[in-house]
Write a protein that binds this ligand. Structure first.
Ligand code: NAD
Length: 262
């Protein structure tokens, strides 16, 4: 008789930005595969709500919510200390926060230098800090892995024509942040040579979230079959990366975009 075992049974996964559109869904995918999940977010009350929604999806693990600010070393260190004392271990962190200032998302010619710098600091700087703090914890612990959420816009140049007739654009900071994040993750991988620590990225395509129809239709023209994807379309890739099936996948970027960037 064969028995099936959840792919992440016994693992403790911290989802930073876990109360967000993508983070919530990634947390659910981990919970369904037996992981204990920690929903860590700047917005503690949204994290608590996201955590309650996860409870029916647990398969032997647990779920709890935490507050964290990825731009604060003290906040990240306090999170790591709390989770490791509560759970006894941390197997992975998934960085899926999306910090930005109120002026984020302007057209290229309207972006002020101070705003460019602030948004890069918050997002790329925050992912750096989270990766740095968790990596050192993982080195002391003897194992662990980081998955950074990048984007197709870290991989290919924007297609500005798809934003025509909408107030949307693809922010220049985003291109700088997400492309840098891919190489930053490789830097960490190489730095920790001689350990089992892993550093990978997932680069999602556009996620459906109430965008104008003109945009979703224009976006879909570059896709193979689906157009914009749903948050749950990325969970399987994360579960693979967090599972022992990808034990020697390191320094990679897994693009999940229905062929959009190819
Ligand atoms: N939505 C998309 O279409 C899309 C596509 C590709 C990649 N991504 C990437 O996916 C990730 C998540 O995006 P999303 O759409 O879920 O965003 P979101 O805005 O829905 O969620 C982001 C979460 O990050 C939290 N956050 C913000 N600042 C923080 C900080 N300083 N510390 C901790 N948490 C903080 C917010 O409270 C929020 O819950 C981002 O890296 C984003 O670039 C999104």
């Amino acid at each position: 008789m064969t028995t099936t075992r959840e792919l992440l049974a016994g693992k403790v996964v911290v989802l930073v930005g876990g109360a967000g559109l993508l983070g919530r869904s990634l947390a659910q995918a981990c919970a369904e595969q037996g992981a204990s999940v920690v929903i860590a977010d700047l917005d503690g009350s949204r994290a608590a709500t996201a955590c309650e929604q996860i409870l029916p999806h647990l398969h032997g693990g647990s779920a709890h919510a935490e507050s964290v600010d990825i731009t604060s070393k003290e906040s990240l260190q306090a999170l790591i200390a709390r989770v490791s004392s509560l759970e006894g271990r941390i197997d992975a962190v998934v960085n899926s926060a999306y910090p930005r200032n109120p002026r984020y998302g302007r057209k290229l010619e309207d972006v002020e230098y101070a705003d460019f710098c602030e948004n890069v600091n918050l997002h790329l700087g925050g992912y750096f800090l989270s990766t740095q703090q968790f990596a050192e914890h993982f080195r002391r612990q003897g194992h662990g892995q980081v998955v950074n959420v990048s984007s197709i816009y870290g991989v290919v140049a924007p297609r500005f024509e798809i934003y025509g007739g909408t107030p949307m654009t693809m922010p220049v900071e985003y291109a700088a942040i997400k492309s840098a994040l891919l190489h930053l993750s490789r830097y960490f991988m190489r730095y920790y040579k001689g350990t089992s620590l892993r550093f990978n990225c997932i680069s999602p395509g556009g996620i459906l979230d109430g965008q104008p129809q003109a945009f979703t239709e224009a976006y879909a023209r570059y896709s193979q079959s689906q157009g914009m994807l749903l948050p749950e379309d990325f969970g399987g890739t994360l579960v693979y990366l967090l599972s022992d099936f990808s034990k020697f996948v390191n320094g990679q970027n897994l693009i999940v975009d229905d062929g959009w960037s190819t």
